[in-house]
Design a protein around this ligand. Structure first.
Ligand SMILES: Nc1ncnc2c1ncn2[C@@H]1O[C@H](COP(=O)(O)OP(=O)(O)OP(=O)(O)O)[C@@H](O)[C@H]1O
Ligand SMILES: [Mg+2]
Length: 507
């Protein structure tokens, strides 16, 4: 048998070889994905300080050289929290490195997005990326970076320190990327429109390669409260996580260990659980055998008295902001929104928010216009694989006097500490039974309200038709009956029509 040769590759190398799974499939998708990843980092950075984001995005061509026509310079500038200089090289030059591996709702999840953009730019143009950032202190730090793909480490080509006279705070990322802007343009503009819809407190300014300016201005400075970091919920814990917690804990007994390392376990619940698991509250966590750990973790799934997770680790938009966002971008005739109570899947809390809008700028198509969002990120690809799409298409809409050819938009937003994305490209939500159930319940609630509106609208339309018949024939009847009665003055029919109209509108 021939000898196989084995080799180890780094995380960067893996994503270099498999960039499709991160959404960097072709020159058009890549330019879209790069903009999106950087904008999302900027939104996270501003929201972490509860500051209304101001983000400036410029894509310019390097068209002096004909061959370079497809190479663009992408610059994204924000007013976010900034990054401390010691973290900048790895934050942009080391795949799977980030500050968001935490249990709270954030757009960033994988520690990958920004690096994928830089990496893609680098492999296509071989030019370094420039990062400038300040946390608002006396200095601004500027780095020129490349990624050592085989070692998954940043290569610092240049580092400068500038005086921050104006106390500027934020981050600027600039790099070169090969792409197909013309093909990507509709998706990029749709991305901004939908980002503006679900972040109505943001200013987004985009200058495209032709110098056209697209401005999406905020309609409010109200922002949801930032999420608080939380502890793991016992229903979502596995043996690996439990062992890691034992490794880092300073607690000397099991009772305190349970209370201080898990979400919503108080004294009484901890005691009951230890009784249920037949373990002494005074036992040292570090003295647990491997078998005991496996049994505890299994018992955590069986024990029925853990309280459900609270929602302070989530930061949903709320009904008012969701409504403001939809009004701003779709300007509908009628709108209903709702927010479900927090729920969980596999120990992760999540909230479904939904809106349904009719008329205005919503186009008429053969299907509903579906807007999908996860942690305030628009999801624009693979709609048919998304749980919301499946739920929406499984409803019997005739019961609600609604049909897909009406100008109706359905907005679905899932917020979670861990959104069940199916790929690292964050394109669609997997079909978890708990998520599906919540989406379906939410949809039923708003559909009932839309049903009410549609019935009323139908009635008003019927009345309008009735009144127009009166308005058309009453003058003739008046004329005819005046002649018949051999009178000279016709009766005043205006009053009669007004009273019929009033009656119709009152109903
Ligand atoms: N504009 C920014 N302002 C402040 N910090 C930033 C900014 N961009 C990136 N960062 C920091 O760099 C880290 C890496 O960003 P990157 O986009 O690669 O991963 P992520 O946002 O953590 O996760 P994801 O892969 O889901 O986007 C972030 O966790 C954040 O700490
Ligand atoms: Mg990111």
């Amino acid at each position: 048998m021939a000898q196989s040769s084995f080799q180890e590759i780094s995380a960067s190398d893996f994503f270099y070889r498999n960039r499709d799974i991160a959404g960097f499939t072709n020159p058009s998708r890549a330019i879209f994905a790069a903009i999106r990843e950087l904008v999302e980092n900027s939104l996270d950075a501003a929201e972490s300080l509860k500051i209304p984001p101001d983000i400036y995005i410029r894509l310019s061509t390097q068209s002096k050289d004909k061959k370079d026509e497809q190479v663009f310079k992408l610059r994204v500038e924000d007013n976010g929290c900034g990054i401390q200089p010691r973290f900048i090289p790895s934050a942009f030059g080391q795949v799977l490195y980030g500050s968001k591996y935490k249990l709270k709702q954030m757009r960033g999840t994988f520690g990958l997005g920004g690096k994928m953009a830089v990496l893609y730019g680098q492999i296509m143009t071989h030019k370094p990326a420039t990062i400038m950032s300040s946390t608002g202190q006396a200095k601004i730090y500027a780095f020129k970076l490349m990624i050592d793909i085989q070692r998954n480490r940043p290569i610092i080509m240049d580092r400068r320190v500038l005086v921050n006279k104006e106390k500027w705070r934020g981050t600027i990322v600039e790099f070169y990327i090969e792409g197909d802007y013309l093909r990507a343009m509709p998706k990029i503009l749709e991305y901004f429109k939908q980002t503006a819809m679900v972040n109505p407190y943001s200013n987004l300014t985009f200058v495209d390669p032709k110098g056209r300016l697209y401005k999406f201005s905020r309609v409010t400075t109200e922002m949801p409260d930032p999420p608080k970091e939380t502890l793991p919920h016992p229903y979502g814990v596995d043996v690996e996580l439990f062992q890691r917690l034992i490794y880092v804990t300073k607690e000397k007994n099991l009772l305190e260990f349970l209370k201080n390392h898990f979400h919503r376990i108080g004294n009484i619940t901890a005691q009951k659980f230890l009784e249920f698991s037949k373990l002494s509250p005074t036992k040292k966590p570090k003295k647990l055998s491997h078998e005991e750990i496996v049994t505890i973790v299994q018992n955590m799934k069986k024990f029925k008295e853990f309280r459900p997770p609270d929602a302070s680790c989530l930061s949903p938009l709320g009904q008012d902001l969701l409504e403001a966002g939809i009004m701003k971008e779709l300007n509908p005739e009628y709108i209903v929104v709702n927010q479900r109570k927090p729920s969980t899947y596999a120990g992760h809390p999540f909230i479904i928010e939904m809106g349904m809008a009719y008329g205005g700028e919503i186009p008429r198509k053969n299907s509903f216009q579906i807007y999908r969002f996860a942690n305030k990120i628009p999801l624009l690809y693979d709609e048919a694989s998304d749980v919301s799409y499946k739920v929406i298409n499984s409803i019997n809409w005739r019961r609600y006097k609604v049909s897909p050819d009406l100008p109706i938009a359905i907005v679905v937003h899932i917020c979670s500490t861990k959104v069940p994305y199916k790929t690292v490209g964050k394109e669609f939500i997997s079909d978890r039974p708990e998520v599906r159930r919540e989406v379906a319940n939410s949809l039923r609630e708003i559909s009932r309200k839309i049903h009410h509106f549609m019935s009323k609208r139908e009635h008003v339309n019927r009345e309008r038709k009735r009144i127009s018949v009166f308005a058309k024939y009453l003058p003739r009847i008046a004329e005819f009956s005046t002649n018949l009665a051999e009178k000279e003055k016709q009766p005043d029919i205006k009053k009669l029509i007004a009273s019929v109209r009033k009656y119709g509108e009152e109903e």
